[in-house]
Design a protein. Structure first.
Lengths: 232, 231
């Protein structure tokens, strides 16, 4: 579903990604781990077609970036630590706006489905600026799955959430992944990543330095694997 | 053929969606509109006190005062309009939509232009009262429309660039005013001609220049917008 070969990203003289190879099969949930400044967000922004690669190949759902970016974006949902929602619109209006941007037919029914999934039907006519951080993040997930994408990218979705909001987000993420979607998530929360993902990749010094499936990790825990990957 | 029609349909729907979203949010918050309007009225009042001139001289400076007011108030509106997109990462949300990104540009230009025109329509009668000049002349309204199109066209592109920097509030006027000078010069010249009762032949040259600048600026912005918004 996602195939990345020898991806390089430079900002001026600084090279952030130094030849990343990354493959994700359909239905996989990959947790992309790494220290601050490792290039996780830059990598996800390239996958989301928000940033152009300096060198290398990126294929998503059979389409090549950056030339077929519009086709990729139609099959992609993105959730970041920012909600990407308008505070002066209601939850429903935000989803209506994105449904129009994605040219969805008969979107009212789909909006109700999505609001039910993220538990915000009762607040559908409230302004987003009155929502708590956790509610905004749940609505952001609703926005990302509105057009029923094949691939979802989560960039630090737990940032700024308290324990209750994080637990609620866990349920929403599990519901999203259970529908057979391919998911790539960056996170510093190893416990949550271990609970959700089926594969763990470590991005360090601009390359994927280690990768292990959930099965392979049975003999050791994620923290030990992560520390070993960073040390190597 | 069918593909092209569908793609054109989704392009226009995306433009309409951006305009709908901006108008709806502004109708609720009135942040952008009230800031532009209050700032415009303050500039007019300051000029009114600063230029204690006789009636004839007041009429001769009208075009300059009007366009200075529109230009300064316009930067406030453009800055606010793009800051809203940046604050909660909404610009990324727009860029993730599977449409040609120029649809986002045209949507923002139309909403910025609409807000500018509404403020100008409120400013004109107040200016007329304060300066005893009749500004409701079809020729002047046409010049204001054309000048505002050029200003919003180039301003939206530059606001999109400046909003991605740390110094976004001060960078926009520094970038915008040198670039928009041809539009402002042509607009002041054409406005002076209309208000001074000049022949149409005399007004036609700055008016044609204004149309040419509008077309050039919008065509250039259409071509470079994707590169401006992508890292």
């Amino acid at each position: 579903m996602i195939a990345v070969k020898k991806l390089v990203k430079r900002f001026g003289l600084k090279t952030v990604l130094r030849g990343v190879d990354f493959d994700v099969q359909p239905g996989e949930f990959v947790a992309l781990l790494g220290p601050n400044g490792a290039g996780k967000t830059t990598f996800l922004r390239i996958l989301a077609s928000l940033s152009r690669p300096s060198l290398g190949e990126v294929n998503i759902a059979g389409y090549k970036l950056p030339h077929e970016a519009a086709q990729v974006r139609a099959r992609l949902g993105v959730v970041s630590h920012l909600p990407l929602l308008y505070g002066d619109l209601t939850a429903e209006e935000n989803l209506q706006f994105y449904a129009r941007m994605y040219n969805l037919p008969n979107y009212e029914l789909r909006i109700t489905e999505v609001l039910e999934m993220v538990g915000l039907v009762a607040r559908r006519r409230d302004l987003v600026r009155t929502f708590s951080r956790g509610m905004q993040q749940r609505l952001a997930i609703g926005r990302a799955v509105l057009h029923d994408p094949d691939v979802i990218l989560f960039d630090e979705p737990y940032t700024g959430l308290d324990q209750d909001a994080s637990a609620m987000l866990d349920d929403v993420l599990k519901a999203v992944a259970a529908q057979g979607r391919t998911v790539v998530m960056t996170s510093h929360d190893l416990a949550r990543a271990e609970d959700l993902a089926t594969r763990f990749d470590v991005l360090s010094r601009g390359v994927i330095s280690a990768s292990a499936s959930r099965k392979e990790l049975k003999r050791t825990n994620l923290l030990a694997f992560y520390k070993q990957a960073l040390a190597g | 053929m069918a593909d092209r029609t569908t793609s054109r349909g989704s392009f226009l729907k995306a433009v309409a969606a951006v305009v709908w979203k901006d108008v709806r949010a502004e109708f609720r918050s009135r942040e952008l509109f009230s800031a532009m309007l209050v700032f415009s009225l303050l500039i007019i009042l300051i000029f009114n006190f600063a230029l204690e001139l006789d009636l004839k001289t007041r009429q001769s400076v009208t075009a300059g005062v009007l366009w200075s007011t529109f230009a300064f108030a316009g930067t406030l509106g453009l800055n606010r309009s793009m800051a809203i997109e940046k604050d909660r990462g909404c610009l990324d949300g727009l860029l993730l939509a599977p449409v040609d990104r120029s649809a986002i540009y045209f949507g923002k230009v139309i909403s910025n232009l609409a807000f500018m025109l509404i403020v100008e329509l409120i400013v004109l009668p107040i200016y007329s009262l304060l300066y005893s000049v009749n500004l409701f002349q079809p020729g002047l309204l046409l010049v204001i429309l054309l000048g505002s199109i050029g200003y919003a066209g180039v301003g939206t592109l530059l606001a999109t660039m400046s909003v991605q920097t740390r110094t976004r509030d001060i960078l926009l006027p520094i970038l915008l005013f040198p670039v928009v000078i041809p539009v402002l010069l042509a607009a002041v010249k054409a406005s002076s001609g209309v208000l001074g009762g000049a022949d149409w032949e005399e007004i036609l040259l700055p008016l044609n220049l204004l149309i040419a600048y509008d077309v050039i600026f919008i065509a250039v912005a259409f071509m470079v917008f994707e590169n401006v918004v992508e890292e």
